[in-house]
Ligand binder design. Structure first.
Ligand SMILES: [Zn+2]
Length: 710
C-alpha cells in the first residue's frame, strides 16, 4: 500500500491555503515579449517551450501574473454594471491566465527537476500568492456580486455546468469567510497568520526531532540482520554526523521503521522503535505537543467564527463525504473487520515466536521482523524472480496504454519534436477513439536527485472549452534508472504505480468541461484518488497482464505459479496496514471534531482516549503516526482528510466490482465509465455521480474482499 501522498498538484496556485502577509518588496522586473510566458505557447497543445524557458523567466512572469490577476479581480469587483453570470463568474474563470500558465510549468519543474534558484523563487513568491488568495476570496465587493448572481441562479436559465460553477464559487467564498464582518475578517486573518507560523514551527521541530532521534549504536553486533551495504550506509551516516566509529540509523516519518524487519536483536529493535515513538515528546526544544494543541485550538476558533461546530465540518463541506458523521461511520464500518484481521495476523506471528521458543509476547517492534518471516513462508515471493518480466517500456505500451485502448479506444504515438527539460522525459500524442487528437501525455519515470520522492500526476495545460485548451498531462515517478544500454526492469509495486498515475492521467485527458475550475482532476480530495485506484485493477487483469509481462531476454510469459503468488501476496499484512492507517485517520478526525476551544493540555491522553473510543487501541498495532509527528494533519493540508485514501479505495473497488458484474474489460464498459465518471470533472455532486454509475451508494464489501478481510 502506498502512502496517501500522490494527490495531483493540479489546479491554480491562486487557490492555495490562505496565509496573510505582505509580498516582499522588489524592483519591478522586466517582463516583455522576450519572456516565454508572455503569451500562450505556440507549440501544439500550448505545450511548454522547455527549450526556451530559463529559471530567470519565472520570477518576473509570476510577479506580473499576480499583479495582472489582482487588477482583473479588482476590475470585476468594481464593475458598475449590474452583476451577471458573464461579467462576474465567467470573468473570474477567464482571469489569471498568465499566472496559471506560468505556475503550471513552474510546479512541474519544482517537483520534478528543481534547483536552488527555483526553490528560492518558490519561497519568495509564497506570500504574494497567499495574499492574492485573500484578495480574491475576502473581497467584500466581489463577494456581493457573486452572491447576487448565486441568488438569481434558478432564474438565469443556466446550463447545469454553469449552475454548478456559481455554486462552486459561492461555496469557496463562504468557506474562506467572505461573508464575515470586517472585524471578524481581521480576526480570521490574524488566526490564519498564527496558524501558518505554527505550521512551519511544527515542520521544523519534527524535522529536527527526526534528526536528533536517529538511533546510534556503538558496535555492529546490535545491527545483526542488516546487509553489509546497509551497515556501511549506517557507518557513513554516523560519519557525516562526526560520530566516527559508530553506526547511525535515521528515522523515517512513520512510527514503524523500515529496518525493523531486518534487525534480529530484540533490544535494538526496541531501541529503534522507542526512538521513533518518543522523537517529538522529550520535553526539549523539539517537543511539538504545545504547538499541536495550539493549532487544534485555533482551528476550533476559526471553525466557530465561520459558523461551524468544528473544523472537520468546515473542511468536509466541499468533499464527497460532506460531514464528519459520514466519515466516522465509514471508519466504524471498517474497524471491526480490519482489527479482526490484524488480530489473526498477530496470532500467526505469536505462533511463529513460540515455535522458535522466543519466550516473549509480541510487541509493536517485533511485528515487521516476524511478519517478514511469515510472508516468506506463506508467499515465497522473490523480487529478483519477478522483475525480469516487467520491462518498463512494455509495461507502459503493452500494459498501461493497451488497457486504455481496450477500455476507451485510445491510441498513443511517441513524438520527439517537442522540447523536454530532461532527456528521460517522453511525450506521447493521445488519440481518441474517433481518430481526433485528445491531448498530450508526458512521463518522467526515473529517480533523480533533483526530483521530489514518490509519484504524482498533474496538468501542464488544463482542459477548458472556455479557454479553448486541450489537456497536457504528466506522470512523474522515482523508479531506479537502469545502466546505459540495459532495460529498465521494475517491481510489481512500480507497475501498480504506473497504472495508478495513468488513472489520474485519464481523469485529466477525458476532461470535457467548459470551465477550468471544474475540469478534469480538479475534484475533492476524497474523490480524486478514485480514478487512479480504479485503474490499478487493470494491472492484474489476465488479458492485460499476459500482454505486457514477458521475460526481457526470452520473451516468455510469466509462469502462472508466479502470477498466483503476486495475486495472493496482495492480501498479506493488510489487517496491520489498515489498522495503523485507520488509527491515524481517527486521530485526525477526532482532533478536528473538537467543539470546545479550550486548550487540550495532555496530547498523549488525547491520543489514547481517541484510539480507545474507536477500538483502535490494539497493543501490537500503533498508529501510523502519533499526533506529535503527524505532518499530514498539522502541516501538509490533510487536516480532517486522512481518511480520504481509504474512502477512494472503497469507491474504486466498488466501481471495479460493477465491471465484474457486467462482463469485465470491454470497450462498452469503459465507455460508460468514461462518460459517467472520468469525463465529468467536478460538474456533478460526487455522491450522485457515483450512484448514477454504480446503481447504489458506495459499498464497502468489495474493498474488504480485496484486502482479504471478508
Ligand atoms: Zn494518486
Amino acid at each position: 500500500m502506498r502512502q496517501p501522498a500522490c494527490l495531483p498538484l493540479c489546479g491554480l496556485l491562486v487557490l492555495i491555503a490562505s496565509c496573510v502577509s505582505e509580498p516582499p518588496p522588489s524592483p519591478k522586473p522586466a517582463f516583455d515579449a522576450s519572456n516565454p510566458f508572455f503569451a500562450p505557447s505556440s507549440l501544439p497543445f500550448q505545450a511548454a517551450a522547455f527549450d526556451k524557458i530559463k529559471d530567470a523567466d519565472f520570477k518576473p512572469a509570476i510577479e506580473e501574473g499576480i499583479r495582472e490577476n489582482e487588477t482583473e479581480i479588482q476590475r470585476i469587483a468594481d464593475d458598475t454594471a449590474a452583476p451577471t453570470f458573464a461579467n462576474t463568474v465567467v470573468a473570474l474563470e477567464k482571469s489569471g491566465q498568465l499566472l496559471t500558465r506560468t505556475s503550471l510549468v513552474f510546479s512541474m519543474l519544482t517537483g520534478a527537476n528543481t534547483d536552488d534558484t527555483l526553490q528560492k523563487i518558490e519561497a519568495d513568491e509564497a506570500a504574494g500568492l497567499a495574499a492574492l488568495n485573500d484578495t480574491l476570496f475576502l473581497n467584500s465587493k466581489l463577494f456581493a456580486r457573486v452572491k447576487t448572481v448565486y441568488d438569481q441562479r434558478e432564474q438565469l436559465n443556466l446550463d447545469p455546468e454553469s449552475k454548478r460553477l456559481i455554486e462552486y464559487y459561492k461555496q469557496k467564498f463562504d468557506l474562506a469567510g467572505a461573508g464575515l464582518s470586517d472585524a471578524a475578517k481581521d480576526t480570521l486573518k490574524q488566526w490564519n497568520k498564527e496558524e501558518a507560523g505554527l505550521t512551519v514551527a511544527f515542520e521544523h521541530k519534527v524535522l529536527a526531532a527526526n534528526e536528533a532521534g536517529a538511533m546510534v549504536v556503538g558496535d555492529t553486533t546490535a545491527l545483526a540482520g542488516l546487509s553489509s551495504s546497509q551497515i556501511q550506509s549506517a557507518a557513513d551516516a554516523a560519519k557525516a554526523k562526526k560520530l566516527d566509529g559508530k553506526w547511525l540509523i535515521p528515522l523515517q516519518n512513520t512510527t514503524q521503521q523500515p529496518d525493523l524487519q531486518y534487525l534480529s536483536d530484540r533490544k535494538t529493535r526496541q531501541q529503534l522503535f522507542d526512538s521513533s515513538w518518543m522523537r517529538a515528546e522529550k520535553s526539549d526544544s523539539n517537543d511539538t505537543r504545545k504547538v499541536v494543541a495550539r493549532i487544534a485550538q485555533l482551528r476550533v476558533k476559526k471553525a466557530k467564527l465561520l459558523g461551524y461546530a468544528n473544523y472537520a465540518q468546515w473542511v468536509l463541506m466541499d468533499q464527497m463525504a460532506h460531514d464528519p458523521e459520514t466519515v466516522g461511520h465509514f471508519l466504524d464500518r471498517l474497524v471491526p473487520a480490519v482489527t479482526k484481521k490484524a488480530a489473526g495476523e498477530a496470532a500467526d506471528i505469536q505462533a511463529l515466536i513460540d515455535q522458535q521458543k522466543g519466550g516473549f509476547k509480541l510487541q509493536p517492534y517485533d511485528w515487521n521482523f516476524y511478519s517478514e518471516q511469515v510472508r516468506k513462508a506463506k508467499y515465497d515471493l522473490n523480487e529478483a524472480e519477478i522483475k525480469p518480466y516487467f520491462v518498463l517500456d512494455s509495461v507502459l505500451k503493452n500494459g498501461v496504454f493497451y488497457a486504455a485502448n481496450l477500455l476507451y479506444g485510445l491510441t498513443f504515438s511517441e513524438r520527439k519534436d517537442l522540447p523536454v527539460y530532461n532527456k528521460d522525459v517522453r511525450v506521447f500524442n493521445v488519440i481518441d477513439a474517433d481518430g481526433k487528437p485528445l491531448g498530450l501525455f508526458y512521463c518522467d519515470y526515473f529517480q533523480r536527485d533533483n526530483k521530489n520522492g514518490g509519484a504524482w500526476m498533474s496538468n501542464l495545460v488544463a482542459q477548458s472549452k472556455l479557454l479553448n485548451t486541450q489537456p497536457v498531462i504528466y506522470n512523474i515517478a522515482n523508479f531506479a534508472k537502469p545502466l546505459e544500454g540495459e532495460p529498465a526492469l521494475i517491481s510489481f509495486s512500480d507497475v501498480t504505480t504506473m497504472f495508478h498515475e495513468f488513472g489520474h492521467g485519464l481523469h485529466g485527458l477525458f476532461a470535457d468541461q467548459q470551465y477550468p475550475s471544474l475540469s478534469g482532476a480538479n475534484t475533492a480530495r476524497d474523490f480524486v484518488e478514485f480514478p487512479s485506484q480504479f485503474n490499478e485493477h487493470w494491472a492484474l487483469d489476465p488479458k492485460v497482464f499476459a500482454h505486457y509481462a514477458h521475460h526481457y531476454k526470452t520473451g516468455a510469459p510469466m509462469p502462472q505459479t508466479l502470477v498466483d503468488k503476486i495475486k495472493r501476496s496482495g492480501t498479506f499484512n493488510q489487517g496491520y496496514d489498515y489498522t495503523e492507517l485507520l488509527a491515524a485517520a481517527t486521530l485526525d478526525l477526532q482532533w478536528h471534531e473538537l467543539t470546545n476551544d479550550s486548550l487540550v493540555t495532555d496530547v498523549d491522553a488525547f491520543d489514547a482516549d481517541a484510539l480507545h473510543r474507536t477500538h483502535l487501541d490494539l497493543p501490537q498495532v500503533p498508529s501510523r503516526y502519533r499526533s506529535s509527528y503527524f505532518l499530514h494533519i498539522w502541516s501538509n493540508g490533510y487536516a480532517a482528510g486522512y481518511y480520504a485514501y481509504s474512502w477512494t479505495k472503497m469507491l474504486a473497488d466498488d466501481a471495479f466490482s460493477w465491471f465484474g458484474e457486467h462482463g469485465g474489460l470491454t470497450r462498452a464498459n469503459g465507455q460508460r465509465f468514461r462518460e459517467m465518471i472520468l469525463s465529468r470533472g467536478n460538474t456533478i455532486e460526487y455522491g450522485k455521480m457515483f450512484r448514477d454509475f454504480r446503481g447504489h451508494d458506495p459499498d464497502i464489501k468489495p474493498m474488504l474482499q480485496g484486502l482479504g478481510i471478508q
